[in-house]
Design a protein around this ligand. Sequence first.
Ligand SMILES: [Fe+2]
Length: 340
Amino acid sequence: MCCIFAAAAIIQAVGLMAERSIFTGWDKRCTALWGNEPVFIGHNLHVSPLFSREGLAALIENYPRERYNIFHMGAKSGDGWFWRQGDISGMTGEEVIEAVSKGRLWLNLRNVNLVDPRYGKLLDDLLGELSGYMPGFLTRRRGSGILISSPNAQVYYHVDLPGQLLFQISGRKRVYFYPAHPPFITHEHLERTAVTGLGVDIPFAPWYDEYARIQDFEPGQMVHWPHFAPHRVENHDCLNVSMTVDFSTEPILRAQIVNYANGILRCGFGVNPRSRSISGLSFWAKALLQKTLRDTAWMKKKKAAHAQIEFRLDRAVPGGIVNLATPAAEGDRVMAHAEG
Ligand SMILES: [Fe+2]
């Protein structure tokens, strides 16, 4: 009888663990590939009330202005497109989602883990679960965001400096991951990205696709890709909702310091930095350099140039977009180089 109760307790505990798991289908192969190749696994966030349409509408309605960006993907100009930044003040959350579902818009609710503690707990839980699968996986910085984007919208070829996870919640898209080495990404690209805060102004050629891992991405899937692997995304003809997680481990933090310091040396002082070491005297000298110069007027100007608001959503006008009177100068807009 005692054995029966013990077995029942174990079954119940396993059931509870399974119930609380966010990821599904993790196996040794995921651990072996993690950080070296794109890893696709299952998750259950797409059935969570946190990501229902009503839940997202309520979240949007109270979202702090300084924590979101909404971009409109503009007309082609030269060899790329301009993204214009906008504002959603005065719209209900449902109206914003409706506008995104009909437009060429891309809404990024940044730092949702800080805005709403329910998403903060979710972030802690999912990273904790990953640490359970990979005991050496320890993050020093972490954040999450929610992306709501229009049918057929694209995120152009770019690179992210932190480590990244992407969870598909609703809608379908095609993701393209490219090798994390030249010519797909170079040290100069990473340094420029660190200095400007933008990752989309790196060159892309259509033949790069021959070297890409290309996969359709559906609700219930998560992907993690190698650090510094450039990538791009094409939405299928439907509204898309995704959650992003950015994280930094100790080596990732150190690589960020090196990129930033080398970018300052190259862009600010015309020096061609030779070392990319994340330890030793050269690393610590660069850590001091980037800490000293990080908040200077020159560095702030480099990042602030891309923050101008050029439109607002308005339910009362045809097309739902009102252009503001002071468009940003072309050189100050976010520009994505892409073909097509
Ligand atoms: Fe990205």
